[in-house]
Design a protein around this ligand. Structure first.
Ligand SMILES: Cc1ncc(C[n+]2csc(CCOP(=O)(O)OP(=O)(O)O)c2C)c(N)n1
Ligand SMILES: [Mg+2]
Length: 327
């Protein structure tokens, strides 16, 4: 059976998935331009090429479920339902940003959406996610907690500890490894001991699947199985997604370490958005895709012009939001 035949998603949900993936793509391409034009402070890592993982992973989650993210987090935020205007304001360091314009690209969080935060610390997400899952389990709540981690992050001790604890405590956690083959400019064949992160997770005692992360339906269906296990009290799972990174590690990376024609090849053969449209061409009319493309373009244009016009955070707010107040 093909992925299309076995998905439980309706045509409406599939179109929503396309809208989210397209929003991520357009958001990232515009962030690339605005960063290059000097309109974004700090540092940005683009998610372009990996959209099917974020959207496939989040489509069966709801606002009460938790995710933690990475330094490459914009796609995870959008897939979890964060407001695109609030994100653009945040990335441009403006008032009204999701974290009041004081966090920036690598620190976007939105508790109302169960988005526990992007994270500049590689391997920082898994322990946070396990902590969230422990809380849910202790309170007898049904939420699932998911962490996105890269192939580089798969080598961190924090990731190992989190996987072990999740198995021992039978926590409702899903570890999603986005294996894009690179940690900064170092190829995984040099830096990751096993070519198969999924089997490493199995050694910790949890089921693990390896899927083509450029195939939205493959990710979505693996996730559904993992979420069902988690909600049924059967403990954690791993999904390793093979993906491609269309841009450099960060905006400005010259990528001299990538093979000749590598980037052109992955863009041509492994574009999850183009492949989604191709695979669903018998089910969804092209003009439906085109309508979404046009809506998304307007959304991003509006978010950028709104953020460009917005004022920066007030000096008087410099010391607020630094620590949580538990009162
Ligand atoms: C603990 C820690 N070590 C090193 C870094 C520097 N660093 C930032 S991103 C990165 C590579 C991460 O690779 P991967 O997990 O595969 O994610 P990708 O960038 O491919 O999405 C490194 C080493 C960091 N931010 N945190
Ligand atoms: Mg990587």
């Amino acid at each position: 059976m093909t992925s299309k035949e076995s998905t439980s998603l309706t045509s409406e949900q599939l179109l929503d998935a396309y809208r989210s993936m397209k929003t991520i793509r357009e958001f990232e391409e515009r962030v690339n331009v605005e960063f290059t034009n000097g309109n974004i402070p700090g540092f940005v890592h683009l998610y372009t090429g990996q959209e099917a993982v974020a959207v496939g992973a989040c489509i069966h989650l709801n606002d009460q479920d938790y995710i933690s993210s990475t330094h490459r987090g914009h796609g995870h935020c959008i897939a979890k339902g964060c407001d695109v205007h609030g994100m653009m304001l945040e990335i441009m360091a403006k008032q009204g940003g999701l974290c009041a314009g004081k966090g920036g690209s690598m620190h976007i969080a939105d508790m109302d959406k169960g988005m526990l935060g992007a994270n500049a610390i590689v391997g920082g997400g898994p322990p946070i996610t396990v902590g969230a899952a422990m809380t849910c389990k202790a309170k007898g709540q049904q939420q699932v907690s998911l962490c996105f981690t890269g192939d580089g992050g798969s080598n961190q001790g924090t990731t190992f500890e989190a996987m072990n604890l999740a198995v021992v405590l039978k926590l409702p956690v899903i570890f999603v490894f986005e294996n894009n083959g690179y940690g900064e400019g170092t190829h995984a064949s040099y830096a990751v001991g096993s070519p198969d992160i999924a089997s490493r997770s199995e050694a910790f005692g949890m089921p693990a699947e390896k899927v083509d992360g450029t195939d939205f339906l493959a990710v979505e269906q693996a996730m559904k199985r993992a979420i069902d296990r988690a909600r049924n009290g059967e403990g954690p799972s791993t999904i390793e997604c093979d993906v491609v990174r269309f841009h450099g590690h960060f905006v400005g990376d010259a990528q001299l370490y990538r093979g000749e024609n590598e980037i052109q090849d992955v863009r041509r053969k492994k574009d999850c958005l183009a492949n989604f449209r191709r695979d669903l061409s018998n089910d969804i009319q092209q003009d439906e895709f085109e309508k979404i493309d046009s809506d998304v373009s307007d959304l991003i244009e509006g978010a950028v012009s709104n953020a460009m016009d917005a004022p920066p955070p007030l000096d008087s707010e410099l010391e607020t939001d630094v620590y949580v107040s538990y009162q």
